[in-house]
Design a protein around this ligand. Structure first.
Ligand code: ADP
Ligand code: 5GP
Length: 185
């Protein structure tokens, strides 16, 4: 029987650079599956259904919650987000490591269900830089940026609960730190 895959939880305030850093990690580490979440938020320009997210209605989301199809789920910035359970179980049983980019409430749920999961918190170098990155990305409305910045403060307070804290000052350096965490887990 092949070895079971490992779960890596990655959290951090929206705009801190999680996707960018993970993209760099995955250029070097290939035995991974990126968990595609379901969300009720609208796609940003360029986002594709089934690739960055499964974009679904609130009704469909509630139905999936009722049927127990999420490993975890949470509300964030007035939208719902959840990790579909099926693909995670499938990949783990195939010996593939599963990475999930999820916010802090969801991370707590996964840690409770799977204490062996490795949790990584990615922090921006500071709140001003976070705001610069969110604005620089130019994908969210002013209201959404404000909501994300407000939420960032409470998210940063959760950082000490995580197994590892990585500051994303430089994308390549931060990715290197995560590669070390993967190799030592
Ligand atoms: P998240 O996935 O955490 O929401 P993104 O990966 O979309 O964040 O990054 C938000 C913005 O910050 C993007 O425009 C990205 O290019 C930029 N960015 C990411 N990492 C860095 C970094 N280390 N230094 C400067 N800008 C960065
Ligand atoms: P965004 O809308 O900027 O893509 O994501 C907003 C926040 O939702 C980010 O902190 C991201 O990590 C989180 N998120 C994405 N997918 C999930 C999920 O399936 N579950 C939970 N709990 N959070 C998620």
């Amino acid at each position: 029987m092949s070895k079971r895959g490992r779960v890596f939880i990655v959290s951090g305030p929206s705009g801190c650079g999680k996707s960018t850093v993970l993209g760099e990690v995955f250029r070097h580490y290939k035995n991974y599956h990126f968990s595609v979440s379901a969300t009720t938020r609208a796609p940003r320009p360029g986002e594709r259904d089934g690739v960055e997210y499964f974009f679904i209605s609130e009704e469909k989301f509630d139905d999936m919650v009722e049927k127990g199809q999420f490993l975890e789920h949470a509300r964030y910035a007035k939208c719902s987000y959840g990790t579909p359970r099926g693909p995670v179980e499938e990949k783990l049983s195939q010996g593939v490591d599963v990475f999930m980019d999820i916010e802090v409430q969801g991370a707590r749920q996964v840690k409770a269900a799977m204490p062996e999961a490795v949790s990584i918190f990615i922090a921006p170098p500071g709140l001003e830089e976070l705001e610069r990155r969110l604005r620089g990305r130019a994908t969210d409305s002013e209201e959404k940026i404000r909501l994300r910045l407000e939420t960032a403060r409470t998210e940063l307070a959760e950082a000490p609960r995580y197994d590892h804290l990585v500051v994303n000052d430089d994308c390549k350096r931060a990715a290197g730190e995560i590669l070390d965490i993967i190799n030592n887990a």
